[in-house]
Design a protein around this ligand. Structure first.
Ligand SMILES: NC(=O)c1ccc[n+]([C@@H]2O[C@H](COP(=O)([O-])OP(=O)(O)OC[C@H]3O[C@@H](n4cnc5c(N)ncnc54)[C@H](O)[C@@H]3O)[C@@H](O)[C@H]2O)c1
Length: 339
């Protein structure tokens, strides 16, 4: 039984809690840490843009801490989830790795590639597992579409467009999301999900060309990017948090293959549809399991020693940060930025 700790019990910390809870028999949630005691006492009900408020957590059998260093010193943990604001990822991920614990760190890995490198170096020195929460690589509809591309089921991929739009997040701890120095703005916090998926799908582009609107974080809070590849595939992405609260949240993609259009929109039912060049449209069946549960189960089993196909590496996670920073630079300079 692997002993798990969670640092940061805000929105995503609760999602991690439920994902570990679903792995009863494989893990025990031994300890949870949040700097705000009230968050431990309140234990749940904090909302974010995916899935709204979470269920209450039962922390009766869990050791509670407000100091992560104390938790790491007192608890013999096998796994720790870093669910802290982005500007704190490097400090606490390194602290946990140096304590000999396997680390699951939320995305983005850190605020810039140099910080990412310090985490990767700590993981290499400790010999422990490190996974970054690029959950879209595990999201059933995205996994299905990538598989269709790899199998060539509908011929060549001609074009792909990704969209991730959210209401302005006003719910984070001390409003850190709307402080660009702490979050990197919507480009680094939100749009990175799609930038990372583009990298997963097609590798790093040779260059990017972007434009952006600087919103309340004083960083790119709505960004539109062309990912430039050798060859003629057209890849674009739009992400931002300048939508109204009445709009809420939407993640979507459209993929044009030679022989079919594959369309996903999380706000529709069915969310994933295939429109073949000949024949009737259909909705592929994908698992209804939460992608968060799937990615955390993958990490737990890797730590437990199972040989699993490689889905995400720390270096790729670092490259996704580099990719988004190149997009932001392109938007600032109004020039194509080479990678
Ligand atoms: N994978 C996803 O889909 C997804 C979704 C949302 C957030 N995230 C990422 O997860 C991270 C956290 O985001 P969030 O929305 O949960 O933020 P949040 O503001 O809801 O929660 C952050 C929590 O960290 C706690 N905290 C702050 N400093 C601390 C410290 N030094 N020690 C212990 N606790 C501390 C706060 O009290 C708060 O409870 C971010 O990097 C974000 O980008 C990922």
């Amino acid at each position: 039984m692997l002993r798990v700790g969670i640092i940061g019990l805000g929105f995503i910390g609760q999602v991690h809690y439920h994902a570990y809870e679903a792995l009863k028999g494989e893990v025990k949630i031994a300890a949870v840490c949040d700097i705000e005691r009230s968050r431990l006492e309140q234990a749940g009900g904090i909302s974010g843009n995916i899935g709204g408020a979470q269920q209450k957590l039962n922390l009766d059998a869990v050791a509670l801490y407000t100091d992560a260093a104390k938790m790491l010193a007192e608890q013999k943990l096998d796994i720790v989830s870093i669910c802290l604001p982005t500007y704190l990822h490097a400090k606490y991920a390194i602290m946990a790795l140096q304590a000999g614990v396997n680390v699951f760190c939320e995305k983005p890995m850190a605020i810039d590639p140099a910080e990412c490198d310090t985490i990767i170096a700590a993981a290499e020195a400790s010999g422990r597992e490190l996974q970054v929460g690029h959950v879209i690589r595990f999201w059933p509809e995205f996994v299905w579409a990538r598989q269709a591309m790899l199998e060539g089921a509908y011929g060549k991929l001609l074009a792909a467009h990704f969209q991730r739009l959210s209401q302005t997040p006003t719910w984070s701890w001390q409003n850190w999301l709307l402080d660009g120095d702490k979050s990197g703005g919507a480009a680094l916090d939100l749009h990175i999900h799609d930038a990372d998926f583009v990298q997963y799908l097609l590798g790093m582009p040779r260059a990017v060309y972007s434009c952006a609107y600087c919103g309340p974080s004083k960083e790119a809070d709505h960004i539109a990017t062309q990912y430039l590849y050798d060859g003629d595939v057209v890849v674009t992405g739009v992400g931002g948090w300048m939508m109204t609260s009445a709009f809420g949240f939407r993640q979507a993609f459209d993929m044009a293959f030679e022989d079919a259009s594959v369309v996903y929109d999380a706000t529709r039912t069915p969310s994933l549809q295939v429109f073949p060049r000949t024949g009737d449209p259909f909705a592929p069946e994908v698992t209804a399991d939460s992608a968060y549960n799937i990615e955390i189960a993958y990490f737990v089993r890797k730590v437990a020693g199972q040989k699993l196909p490689e889905i995400i590496t720390p270096f790729e996670s670092r490259e996704s940060v580099r990719l988004v920073l190149a997009e932001k630079k392109s938007a600032q300079t109004k020039r194509v930025v080479a990678l």
